[in-house]
Design a protein around this ligand. Structure first.
Ligand SMILES: NC(=O)c1ccc[n+]([C@@H]2O[C@H](COP(=O)([O-])OP(=O)(O)OC[C@H]3O[C@@H](n4cnc5c(N)ncnc54)[C@H](OP(=O)(O)O)[C@@H]3O)[C@@H](O)[C@H]2O)c1
Length: 345
């Protein structure tokens, strides 16, 4: 394992803990960061890794403390959300201090904001920043990149998430509430990113067997509308989430359940690429979407720390930062999901 130092912001939340535990198990040195010093100390004791783990209290409005953390660390993984609240200060601090950066956001406006606001500073300081390297957003972007490889003249990419048993954390619930109430939605059609009101509707997406056709919420607000057109030439991006994600009343009433109950999700992410020069499809299927997202962010962070990241610096989409299929195959090897590309069924 690299001798790099990894900062985890929002480290004592559910996602932060999964990230911290995975990095500890890989032997990495960690700074656990967040606004609650007691929660940081408790997590450090739980991780039980001696000098390998230290803590630092820093709220998102304490620019000096954030700068100190980002100057000490080689890579930060930002796990605190909603990113509409926490996102900009962390991204700015990382870009200015030259600390490589990965986050778990799915919010399109935050991800666009990182590209728009942090790009110049990140390039100046030689920083690699990959927003949305998580389950929603990142895995869809990577899968679409893998499926689209070799397809010419792509008219449309559909990314469809089917989720059962999702039990939202406080952070996820606040993020979902914010996203679904948003009237200025970002969508990508006719080769252009649009901002404006979009009427929510139901669609049906034909998942491959055994799932079959499912009722979907469309459009689903997720960051692929921002990231995917940056590395795949496409005219339209459609994002959907199965209505089953929110059907059980427990979805929004499980903020305080244990990690094992939260792990009991089933997911399929299916991608259709429709081009004049042919079409293609692929899917990821697995359990525990939280772990899949955490493993994606850790794999990206470790690769960047070890010099196996993208050849260029600046803000980069997941599927542009990493070669999509080999990256997904590595996560499959780690047990995050099963990857099926066309022709493998
Ligand atoms: N894209 C994806 O697939 C994906 C996957 C996992 C998570 N996420 C996102 O990651 C975020 C965290 O999710 P989670 O499941 O880990 O939630 P969680 O268990 O509720 O943890 C949230 C964490 O964020 C911190 N936080 C919240 N507001 C903060 C603020 N204003 N300043 C500083 N820290 C703040 C919390 O600290 P306090 O306890 O001190 O408030 C806590 O450490 C959410 O936005 C979620 O949508 C996305």
């Amino acid at each position: 394992m690299t001798k790099s130092l990894f900062a985890i912001y929002g480290s004592y939340g559910h996602t932060g803990r999964l990230v911290a535990t995975e990095l500890r198990d890989r032997g990495a040195e960690l700074i656990l960061v967040g606004r609650n010093p007691e929660a940081l100390r408790t997590l450090a004791v739980e991780l039980d890794a001696g000098d390998q783990v230290r803590t630092r209290t820093a709220s998102v409005d304490d620019a000096a403390a954030l700068r100190e953390v980002m100057t000490a660390a080689d890579v930060v993984i930002q796990c605190a959300g909603p990113f509409a609240v926490t996102g900009a200060p962390l991204a700015t601090a990382a870009a200015e201090a030259g600390c490589h950066y990965i986050d778990h956001a799915l919010e399109p406006h935050h991800v666009k904001g990182v590209f728009d606001s942090a790009q110049a500073a990140a390039q100046r300081t030689g920083t690699v920043m990959v927003p949305s390297l998580s389950f929603y957003g990142g895995l869809g972007d990577l899968l679409a990149g893998a499926v689209a490889d070799g397809i010419a003249d792509i008219d449309r990419i559909v990314v469809a998430y089917a989720v059962n048993g999702w039990r939202l954390t406080t952070g996820a619930k606040n993020t979902a509430t914010h996203l679904f109430a948003e009237t200025e939605r970002l969508t990508f059609s006719d080769g252009t990113l649009h901002a404006g009101y979009v009427e929510p509707r139901n669609a049906v997406f034909p998942f491959p067997p055994p799932l079959g056709p499912r009722t979907m919420i469309a459009p689903f607000p997720s960051s692929e509308v921002v990231t995917l057109p940056r590395h795949v030439p496409v005219r339209n991006v459609d994002l959907m989430l199965s209505t089953s994600a929110f059907e059980a009343k427990e979805a929004f009433e499980s903020e305080h359940i244990g990690a094992a109950d939260r792990a009991a999700t089933d997911f399929t992410i299916a991608v259709q690429v429709i081009g004049e020069g042919g079409s293609a499809a692929g899917q990821l299927t697995g359990q525990d979407l939280w772990r899949a997202g955490a493993l994606a962010s850790v794999e990206g962070a470790v690769r960047i720390a070890e010099g196996r990241g993208p050849a260029k610096t600046g803000v980069i989409a997941p599927g542009e930062a990493f070669s999509a299929e080999p990256f997904l195959r590595e996560l499959e090897r780690q047990g995050a999901f099963t990857l099926t590309l066309r022709g493998e069924e």
